[in-house]
Design a protein around this ligand. Structure first.
Ligand SMILES: Cc1cc2nc3c(=O)[nH]c(=O)nc-3n(C[C@H](O)[C@H](O)[C@H](O)COP(=O)(O)OP(=O)(O)OC[C@H]3O[C@@H](n4cnc5c(N)ncnc54)[C@H](O)[C@@H]3O)c2cc1C
Length: 378
């Protein structure tokens, strides 16, 4: 007989760690299997900071964020760890930018307060930026920063305190679906469980293919970087908002950023990167060209930026429509999965973990996850 659990969770990134916690909270016996160490740097969830925000162009995401904000506050309180820092957030660019207008109308429909700032007012509120006269600035006060690695560790620690078994440095080699359970073979033994949650990040496509699902999931090599500024006091979380700069027409890329937190330096990233077929193809060497693009944007928009402080490579997992996958396997309802996070799921990760636990235990969630179905790619 193999060691047997109610549920095995594949992957201890943002999603898997959260799923393990919510499954255990509902009384399940859970085994989490992670191929590397907890909080390793090869996947998507390591790091100092991720943006959390309501400002989305689709109402479904805003509604999900209402639940996610509540759950993050609960996780902070249960783990007694500060995970969220509210800074406020801005989206800016030319008023003709479709995304800016969609964000405004979505926030209005969802009843989330925001302010439309003229460039003069925006310059007074955030003198760190050089806002152009022909830009529109949307300010939403609830946006802020999640301390990414601390969130993953908090979920795993809470899960372990509820009896979850965590096995790092163990690779799941095969998943053998049976009618009412699954058998998992790893490089360190075989296990069985009533259910499996697959939250494999960039490794998702090859794992799902083996169990009959060929989904268009592509790992993307991205760069996360932090910058020095002339006056770091102006770039702390009490002074500096999260930002998304809708400036693709001028620069050809979409910069985003957030305050320096725990001496990280000012974070500025470019949304997107280079698609590969499998994470094993990724070169984790920092690329100078991306840094130069950020410095070009900063020279025109954030003139206090003086140079690079640190940079590293990170993974997105893209779907063609950039919406997530959160669903049950069409043939095996006891195989539940979440992935294809397309570079924007961290803020939802505690909620996605809860939804995954509901799909496992109740085979149903009251949250609207229709747009994340597997069926749209079959
Ligand atoms: C640079 C960057 C900036 C981002 N900024 C934001 C942001 O501002 N706001 C936001 O909301 N989101 C942001 N994101 C996206 C967010 O971080 C990701 O959506 C999220 O972390 C995805 O988590 P995950 O659990 O799906 O993946 P991962 O963290 O990669 O976890 C998957 C895990 O599965 C493990 N695994 C895979 N295969 C196996 C196997 N066979 N056996 C055992 N273990 C296995 C992997 O080792 C990995 O640990 C950003 C992402 C990046 C890279």
């Amino acid at each position: 007989m193999y060691p047997t659990f109610d549920t095995i969770v594949l992957g201890a990134g943002a999603l898997g760690s959260a799923a393990a916690y919510y499954l255990a909270k509902r009384g399940q016996t859970v085994l989490v299997i992670e191929q590397f160490e907890l909080n390793h740097q090869k996947g998507s969830s390591y790091g100092m900071s991720r943006i959390i925000r309501y400002a989305y162009d689709q109402i479904n995401y805003v509604e999900l964020m209402k639940s996610a904000y509540t759950l993050w506050a609960e996780i902070e309180s249960e783990s007694n760890t500060r995970l969220f820092t509210k800074t406020g957030g801005i989206d800016f660019g030319k008023p003709s930018e479709v995304l800016i207008q969609s964000i405004r109308s979505t926030l209005e429909t969802a009843g989330i307060a925001y302010e439309k700032l003229s460039p003069e007012v925006a310059r007074q509120m955030f003198p760190q930026f050089r806002f152009r006269d022909d830009w529109e600035v949307i300010f939403q006060e609830d946006a802020g920063i999640l301390e990414a690695s601390a969130c993953v560790i908090a979920h795993i620690d809470l899960a372990k305190s509820l009896g979850v078994e965590f096995r790092p440095n163990t690779i799941i080699k095969h998943i053998h679906p049976q009618n009412d359970h699954v058998i998992i073979t790893t490089d360190k033994g075989t296990f069985s469980a009533g259910n499996i949650v697959i939250a494999a990040g960039g490794w998702m496509q090859s794992i799902l293919q083996e169990i009959g699902l060929n989904l268009p999931l592509k790992p993307m090599r991205c760069q996360e970087s932090y910058y020095e500024t002339d006056d770091i006091q102006k770039f702390g979380s009490e002074q500096f908002p999260t930002f998304i700069a809708h400036v693709r027409d001028e620069f050809g890329f979409l910069p985003y950023g957030m305050a320096s937190i725990r001496d990280s330096g000012l974070k500025i990233g470019l949304h997107g990167g280079t698609i590969v077929n499998h994470p094993s193809e990724i070169d984790y060497t920092v690329d100078q060209n991306t840094i130069e693009k950020v410095l070009l944007f900063a020279s025109k928009t954030l003139p206090s930026v003086s140079g690079l402080k640190s940079a590293r490579i990170c993974l997105y997992t893209m779907t063609p429509d950039e919406h997530f996958i959160i669903d049950k396997h069409p043939q095996y309802p006891h195989i539940v999965m979440a992935g294809g996070c397309s570079g924007h799921a961290f803020k939802f990760s505690t909620l996605i973990g809860k939804i995954l636990s509901e799909l496992v235990i109740d085979r149903y969630t009251e949250h609207n996850i229709d747009m994340f179905s597997v069926q749209r790619f079959l």
